[in-house]
Design a protein around this ligand. Structure first.
Ligand code: 5BU
Length: 265
């Protein structure tokens, strides 16, 4: 299937190169799954990516949560992700001023060197995005920023006014490929989609096929509902890496997400 047929107005209106790349991979793999690869060691991460790579379009990391981090160990994670043809997404949630965000893209973890997508808060204003983009430019790479317009965690402070102002910052920036929405509520996702229109992506954490609640205030909604409500990617962690067979779970999430996209057109 051609991406324009699968994605309809989203393909026609999203111009960010990383959005286009993501939509192509999603069509090749018939999967709108972003694996939240929240495991403690690089060895476990490499194994997980190898086991589910066929069924996921993107691997999302928290590089600063890796135990005993080493550059060599991380290079193996990056190599496996490239081998599996998935995008790498560091969920860094930048929140400082532009200059500091630019330096934080380098440093020990050198996120600018391997991440294709990163998240950022908008709380510090629009320059944080320019700082992130400048860091990618320094190493002659192009990446996409997802701004947190909503969150899935209970009691979060991202109210409607904050969401609207975040969308204004995002719409005005060529570096912002889209927004994070709250996948645990299809009402939240459809409200967000109405405001965003077709020109930017919405990716949603807080989805599970089996659980309604996670640990420490995580909330869950149904992944197919999230896609039907206008999400373009489901971010799934425990639902995959916490199952008896991560491969089978990833396949199941991929199928649910793809069928929902086909229904949405
Ligand atoms: P889970 O195991 O499927 O609950 O993991 C969800 C992932 O999504 C985890 O890596 C979080 O860092 C990430 N996340 C989230 O849960 N909620 C949010 O609002 C944002 C990110 Br932004």
């Amino acid at each position: 299937m051609k991406p324009e047929a699968a994605w309809g107005p989203r393909w026609a209106n999203c111009v960010h190169p990383l959005s286009l790349q993501y939509m192509e991979i999603a069509v090749q793999k018939r999967s709108l799954v972003v694996l939240a690869a929240d495991l403690p060691t690089t060895e476990e991460l490499v194994d997980l990516i190898a086991n589910v790579g066929e069924y996921v379009a993107v691997v999302k990391t928290h590089v600063d949560a890796v135990e005993g981090f080493s550059k060599e160990g991380w290079a193996k994670v990056v190599d496996e992700a490239r081998k599996q043809g998935v995008l790498l997404f560091e969920d860094r949630k930048f929140a400082d001023n532009g200059r500091v965000a630019q330096t934080q893209m380098g440093g020990l973890y050198n996120v600018r060197g391997w991440a294709d997508v990163v998240t950022s808060h908008s709380v510090s204003g629009p320059d944080v995005v320019d700082g992130i983009a400048a860091a990618w430019e320094e190493v002659e790479r192009v990446g996409g920023v997802l701004l947190l317009a909503q969150m899935s965690s209970r009691g979060n402070l991202l109210d409607e006014a904050y969401t609207k102002e975040t969308l204004e910052i995002g719409s005005a920036s060529p570096h912002v490929m889209g927004f994070i929405g709250n996948g645990s509520s299809s009402d939240d996702v459809s409200a967000l989609r109405k405001m965003v229109g077709n020109g930017k992506m919405i990716w949603t954490p807080g989805v599970s096929l089996s659980a309604e609640e996670g640990v420490l205030g995580q909330r869950y909604g149904n992944p197919s509902d999230a896609i039907r409500a206008g999400s373009d990617a489901i971010i799934v962690g425990s639902g995959i890496h916490g199952s008896v067979s991560a491969t089978e779970a990833a396949e199941e999430y991929a199928k649910a997400s793809w069928e929902a996209l086909m229904e949405r057109k």
